[in-house]
Design a protein around this ligand. Sequence first.
Ligand code: UD1
Length: 420
Amino acid sequence: MDKLHIRGGQTLGGVLKVSGAKNAALPILAATLLTGEKTNIHNLPHLHDITTMMELLGCLGAGLTVDERLSIEIDGSSVTKLVAPYELVKTMRASILVLGPLLARFGAAEVSFPGGCAIGSRPVDLHLKGLEAMGASIAIEGGFIKATCPGGLRGAEITMETVTVGGTENLLMAATLASGRTTIRNAAREPEVVDLAQCLIAMGAKISGAGTSTIEIDGVPALSGADYTVMPDRIEAGTYLVAVAATGGKLRLEGAVPHHLDIVLDKLKESGASITTGANWIELDMEGRRPRAVGITTAPYPGFPTDMQAQFTALNTVAEGVGRVTETVFENRLIQTHEMNRMGADILIEGNTAIVTGRDKLTGAPVMASDLRASASLVIAGLVAGGETLVDRIYHIDRGYECIEEKLQQLGADIRRLPS
Ligand code: UD1
């Protein structure tokens, strides 16, 4: 297994281009199953999860043509298999996103039941309830979710019990081909949901309200192919901003959408960064200052993103003062704090809150990555620590960060990959 070797202590600075958003690309790739025509998707990030989704589309029968810049043409006319196998679903929970599109277009689908993961149990009950409300029959057999709707899906009024990004996306995709109108209330408002909706609209879907908590979809008999460019990755952007801020440095991010990061930028300002933004760029300058600790509580968008929680926890470990970090979206998502304490951080866990008392310095240590964002936070901790840090199990990082060590090297970090 590859490891990342980091010699910390450098002040980072420079210019980076933000990659396409993993969490928008995954549902958009799944959405191509809704049409028998060819769809072209651009700005896909070069990531393991994207390869897994492409593998899944291929295994369902879709024709895939990838160019060297990772634009991909998906031909949905050859899709004949309707089963998402265990081997793929177990490596990527987002595989559940093919359920809605397959069911809506073919009237049947089988998806291996996604298990728990490092950051909690992560059920899919709300995806299934929503599809049942649209007329699907669902059974769990042999570890598979088996869904059918021989007469096609029909529009429904659905109120989501909890705000779920994947649940909203699955139902949104399914509803595009259902007969009549579907209303999704308490829908997720994440920019990735809006990006998916825009792609579906480009394919001929009739959707209004994406980005608000009520989405209305008027089903159409068929969708067509389209040409669509995936939005920039706000979590990747936020991660590099925090990494540079933690080292007291300066960063210009190109190809970022500042308003997707409103609350993250506010927290960075609170920690002492000067932030300037333009239509598609963000600049952060810490002017060599040590960050001040910030308090955060995660919540669905436009609240503070759970996917940025671990990185801010890392920032707080070397900040001035005490920061309280409360995780409300996922259980068990403060696990990286134990590894940080091994590097000399002072983090106390009380329920779902981490109380982080900033230290002057961390010390490098061998640490183990446990999930995607936790891994990124350990890299940040390694960058600010004195001495050497070895981050093990970085396949988690490769699922979500394109060429992380190259991008950090570009900013002056002493980081390299040690192949297994
Ligand atoms: C997506 C993101 C992930 C991010 C998360 C929250 C992708 C591929 N992943 O994950 O990076 O951390 O949103 O912003 O886009 N829940 C239920 N029942 C369900 C579905 C969800 O109880 O049927 C709960 C979950 O356990 C969790 C909460 O709802 O507590 C939010 O989860 P959800 O928004 O669905 O996360 P994902 O879509 O899996």
